[in-house]
Design a protein. Sequence first.
Length: 458
Amino acid sequence: MSREQPIEHQVLNPATEEVIATVAASTVADVDAAVVRAARAQREWAAAAPADRARLLRRFAAVVDEHAEELARLEVREAGHTLGNARWEAGNVSDLLDFAAGGVERLSGRQIPVAGGLDVTVLEPLGVIGVIAPWNFPMPIAAWGTAPALAAGNAVVLKPAETTPLTALRLAELALEAGLPEGLFQVLPGAGDVAGNALVEHPGVAKIVFTGSTRVGKQIMARCADRVKRVTLELGGKSPNIVFADADIEAAVTATPMSFLDNSGQDCCARTRILVQRTVYDRFVELLAPAIEAVVVGDPLDGKTQMGPLISKSQLERVRSYVPEGVTAIRGSAPEGPGFWFPPTVLVGVDPGSAVATEEVFGPVAVVIPFDDEADAIRLANATEYGLAGSIWTRDLGRALRVSQAVRAGNLSVNSHSSVRYSTPFGGYKQSGLGRELGPDALTAFTETKNIFISTEA
């Protein structure tokens, strides 16, 4: 069958392997028609008064908030997230829309002193933005690109991951309910090599925002380069959790499990390389074992559950491939039977240069590695092609600042594992990506700067 012909995709519940929906996959023709509709809607949207655009985005935020529980439960069913996490995600979409709306009327240019006249800059929308969202955080990451793009006066065509299209489709319905113009925000489910490629290659799409693997991100970047098309790429990670001997060891241990087990480890910010100063290494590992074993893995709808299933069978097989038989490990428990379950796992005594210690596993697997001193910690932290996030545990403020400046990563936390806030910038170094999302400057990433000189000479 030609990939141009409409096909259907089954959406599975990762906790039960039951089919919960069947969704039609978009074709290249569907993408082309959507971009045409988006371009028409964008011209009208950009011409609207900024106050009117802000008002509609705030209304969109309010409608999402009204349906937050529905969206959260839909996220649980299609992505296997715990209900608590899914509720946070729905709230994050609402909050981000509201935050972006506040920037609409503050998207201002500059007046630059020049001789012989007045020089001003204005920020104009790019046009149609293509957002390609991942399956690990379907709702919030879709909003990271969509909300600021709309606020800056653009239209958005969103392609969700094949395994998790349901919340995106529902958000598009809620956008219309909130009063956003037809065609301004469209969702096109489909295969990456069909709908995704068509969006990347379409001449009417001004920018691509992609979150996913580094491998696919490189391919998208190459295709966009051929068309001089803008890109924002949020890619892989292999983030360090650096614990110095002077840290509050008990607090560091308590925070460690969910630093890499949140969302079943399917998080590019997961602190999967636990680097511990050698003088406290044995004590740390001794305390970590019961903390890992105590993590509750099970039904995502159960309020006591801390970790749910992996997204798919293929992801489960990938994670298994990184944990060979006979390796020394701290292991938690996981349900047996239907569902894509893998237990919390910390590997001990692994080679710092091995695949599991340097490659992104994207599952509930971490390694714990000793280091000698500050320089050794920095060396190990930077010994990866990625640079997205990281944590530093120490009571020494000077050390915290020195190490934060030395670690090549875009998002660092001291005595914390926090990485993402809608009000602060997010993005990576090296092969973790290109550009920044979120924060006070998010809207400008979806604009073109136009310079205007007005002569005052007679």
